[in-house]
Design a binder for this molecule. Structure first.
Ligand code: AMP
Length: 200
């Protein structure tokens, strides 16, 4: 596990517990020698997680679309910053650079990003683990609903079993290290073809 993508809010949230967990995530990855891959900005929890990893001596790679460089305040002190043309390129690049994906608290953007990677795993575009860092029960309702989609026959139980949900970052990293990917729905898909189709 050389690198992990963290998807998180571009806001700080209303409770300091979210800021604390973002600090903890950045520090933990740095201490374990895992490169942090993230959205490249300084806004909200994104900035907190990056600063925390850098302060602890970790490597941090940002991937930001050109149009968000000013809006999300592109971080000036990262190990590397990739400025890409659009959101799809951002997600594709982050996916390529990362060995696993974790959503910590955030809003619609955070959910969009983790769900895309989880569905890519189900389709066999990659076999990397996805997780929700369920701090303070933040993701309880969502996880309950995802279980409903499985109970009603829309998500195969093996994909639910393959989805990691823990309330601390150390437990997630530990599970990632021993992760065995569930069999994709229709076998492996040619990634290059899939990405080319996305960008058309
Ligand atoms: P949010 O959780 O809504 O605060 O968003 C967190 C991050 O997700 C921000 O950096 C957004 O730029 C990013 N984001 C929002 N929508 C998308 C999208 N469709 N694709 C990729 N990133 C997105």
């Amino acid at each position: 596990m050389k690198s992990i993508a963290i998807f998180c809010g571009s806001a700080l949230g209303k409770d300091t517990v979210y800021l604390q967990v973002a600090e903890c995530v950045g520090r933990c990855l740095a201490q374990q020698g895992i490169t942090l891959v993230y959205g490249g900005g300084r806004s909200g929890l994104m900035g907190v997680v990056a600063d925390s990893a850098l302060q602890a001596g970790g490597k941090v790679i940002g991937v930001i679309p050109r149009v968000l460089v000013d809006k999300e305040l592109a971080h000036p002190n990262l190990t590397a910053l990739h400025v890409v043309e659009d959101m799809q390129q951002r997600k594709t690049k982050m996916s390529e650079l990362s060995d696993g994906f974790i959503a910590i608290p955030g809003g619609a953007g955070t959910l969009e990003e983790i769900f895309e990677q989880w569905t890519w795993a189900q389709l066999g575009i990659h076999l990397k683990p996805c997780a929700f860092l369920n701090v303070d029960g933040f993701y309880d309702d969502l996880l309950k609903f995802l279980n409903t989609t499985a109970e009603k026959g829309f998500t195969h139980p093996r994909f639910m079993q393959g989805l990691v949900a823990e309330n601390n970052i150390e437990a997630i990293v530990e599970k990632f290290k021993h992760f065995v990917a569930p069999e994709p729905k229709w076998g492996m898909v040619d990634k290059t073809e899939f990405i080319a189709a996305l960008e058309q």
